[in-house]
Design a protein around this ligand. Structure first.
Ligand code: MN3
Length: 202
């Protein structure tokens, strides 16, 4: 059966400097993300029916995954999907603000982009322990901001993840130490709004 593989980083390890440092990117992509992929494949080793599905399908149907491997698939499948999204929604020198239909939806929901950023940063700062802060589109097409624990993914609630920021310490500790709020503030400098807009319109 096909196995899940680590997607290459879509830019150089040092491309997001000075906001995200090179060593963090190397360890985060090559070690942490690789471990989620390796452990996901191990969990699905004897589950050919599930190996044949996309990672999106698996996460949407996480409650149907056989109980013996469900926690491993939740953690490692979520880790694989979340990190793949994370690399894609960052880019050096990309658009500095949302545009088009995404900008309209953000303004209608939050008032303006600064308020959206504030809500995502609050969600990330308040997430106790490890997790992610998200901007998602729900099944009615509404924009929502919330955080999830560990590697839980909005797909598990049938929401479409548009933007997610990793607030595990491994995402920022080398450069920002214990200052998660400083990392969150700097992170917006590398957001790839074109990719977020593409996900919104898909
Ligand atoms: Mn991570």
């Amino acid at each position: 059966m096909p196995e899940f593989t680590l997607p290459p980083l879509p830019y150089a390890y040092d491309a997001l400097e000075p906001h995200i440092d090179t060593l963090t990117m190397q360890i985060h992509h090559d070690k942490h993300h690789q471990a989620y992929v390796t452990n996901l494949n191990a969990a699905l080793k004897d589950q050919p029916e599930w190996q044949a599905k996309s990672i999106e399908e698996i996460l949407r149907d996480i409650n149907q995954v056989p109980e013996a491997v469900r926690t491993a698939v939740r953690n490692n499948g979520g880790g694989h999907y979340n990190h793949t999204l994370f690399w894609e929604i960052m880019r050096p020198g990309g658009a500095k603000a949302p545009s088009g239909a995404l900008a309209s939806a953000i303004n209608a929901t939050f008032g303006n982009t600064d308020e959206l950023i504030k809500q995502v940063n609050d969600a990330g700062a308040k997430r106790f322990g490890s997790g992610w802060a998200w901007l998602v589109k729900d099944q009615a097409g509404r924009l929502l901001v919330y955080s999830t624990a560990n590697q839980d993914c909005p797909l598990m609630d049938k929401h479409v993840p548009l933007l997610g920021v990793d607030v595990w310490e491994h995402a920022y500790y080398l450069k920002y130490r214990n200052l998660r709020a400083d990392y969150l503030k700097a992170w917006w400098n590398v957001v790839n709004w074109d990719e977020v807009a593409k996900r919104f319109s898909a």
